[in-house]
Design a protein around this ligand. Sequence first.
Ligand SMILES: *Cc1c(COP(=O)(O)O)cnc(C)c1O
Length: 316
Amino acid sequence: MKSLDQFPRVPLGIFPTPVQKLENISRLLRTNVYVKRDDLTGLGLGGNKVRKLEFLLADARDKGAEIVFTTGGAQSNHAMLTAAAAGKLGMQAILVLKNRGVTGCVGNQLLERLMGTDVRFVDTDDYADIYAEMDRIGAELGKPYYKIPCGGSNALGTLGYVACAREIAEQGEAFDHIICAEGSGGTMAGMALGAKLFLKGTKVYGMMVDRDPFDQITPQLMKEAAALLEAPVDITPEDYHLRDMCGPGYAIPSEAGNAAVSLMAEQEGLFLDPVYTGKAFAGLLELAREGAFAERDRVLFLHSGGAGGLFAVDMQ
Ligand SMILES: *Cc1c(COP(=O)(O)O)cnc(C)c1O
């Protein structure tokens, strides 16, 4: 098996991110709940995409790219962080965004305005059309370019969260359960594969905040990332646990998610977002109610960020 350290990586963030105990939440849920502070990854307003971009943009750089394309909705945290990272590395980001969600100059759109990012909206949900548009723009500009998929969720981006699982193992504390949000799949797939490799006995849960077929996407990304690593593992359904926390739809706040955002803010002074981390934390609360955690268990919640979009969401 290859080591993660054999893959080119650009330093973008501040790692390791802290692990903290949530004392009040732990008392309320009668178990031991910790948070992995990937909202503090150190670029932009933090968030999970920084780990993926360390691998993806190293690949872009090594391939001589001058332009980096990516996509997502109008309030994509991933797109904003891609622009932030590309700028820092001296590459130009062009965001070809779906004309969905809050497109005004608030939240991540505001941050992109501050960075002077080239943002172009396309009126389609079809990724084939979006990638064709990137190719068209790339050809028009006549410079070498690199396309990053939605959420940075391909095999290489997934390595970012394999690296996170290794980092948790190196932090020296064992966990019985790890809970993360699943939006495009790379974070959950990386964490689940990383746990299989470095955190034996830890159950990893993906709280689905979109309606894509994650029962296929998750093992597929795990297998592809394992292949990159030449890791001799068989991926089975025991390796990942999925739960539908989408509610009324992707990027539409749910009652349970909003309640979870409020609980975390009131009890711990930490801000989750209603699109990803609030719904994921609502999933953790459901598991606790169902009795999935014993009193002695140690539960790790991945705070994957989302601050950029927080100020563009109508929570009513
Ligand atoms: C993108 C994102 C996620 C989901 O990660 P995926 O790898 O896309 O599944 C979770 N939380 C936040 C804040 C995000 O921006």
